[in-house]
Design a protein around this ligand. Structure first.
Ligand SMILES: [Zn+2]
Length: 146
């Protein structure tokens, strides 16, 4: 499976492959995240190393972390209970299995979810509302009332 098979008509990667590979939404270079072992593995780089797109201007918030807590918690507890009730292994087997699995799955799913949100913010030009946006809304409301 190559990266090139997932490009759309505009030459952009589809959302999930782009998020999985951490592709810059502007140029497509894999630069949203740094090296996994060199820094906080799920934090954004300050800017794209190829096109200088400022990643610090995007605000994905805590949405991915809160959402993934429920998904990962349910998945890992289900798997641990299944292993326990099927094989009755000693407790150290659970530690060896679930601690690394939890760490790896958390990092990978956070990178995918945060990358997807950043890419969606860029593609939809999403941003916080400023006072000018509110004034426009007030003006249209007055126009409807008259
Ligand atoms: Zn870029």
């Amino acid at each position: 499976m190559s990266v090139e098979t997932h490009r759309d008509k505009k030459g952009q990667l589809a959302l999930l492959p782009a998020a999985f590979f951490g592709a810059c939404p502007q140029c497509g270079v894999h630069s949203i995240f740094g090296e996994i072992l060199h820094s906080n593995p799920a934090s954004f780089m300050p800017k794209c190393k190829n096109c200088d797109l400022d990643y610090s201007s995007f605000n994905v918030g805590d949405g991915p972390a809160a959402f993934l807590t429920f998904i990962m918690g349910a998945l890992i507890v289900t798997l641990a209970l299944t292993v326990e009730l099927s094989f009755y292994p000693p407790f150290w087997v659970h530690i060896i299995l679930w601690v690394p699995f939890t760490i790896i799955m958390t990092i990978m799913s956070l990178r995918i979810a945060k990358g997807a949100l950043l890419i969606l913010e860029y593609r939809n030009q999403a941003k916080e509302a400023v006072s000018d946006d509110v004034k426009v809304m007030d003006g249209s409301k007055e126009g409807n009332d008259a």
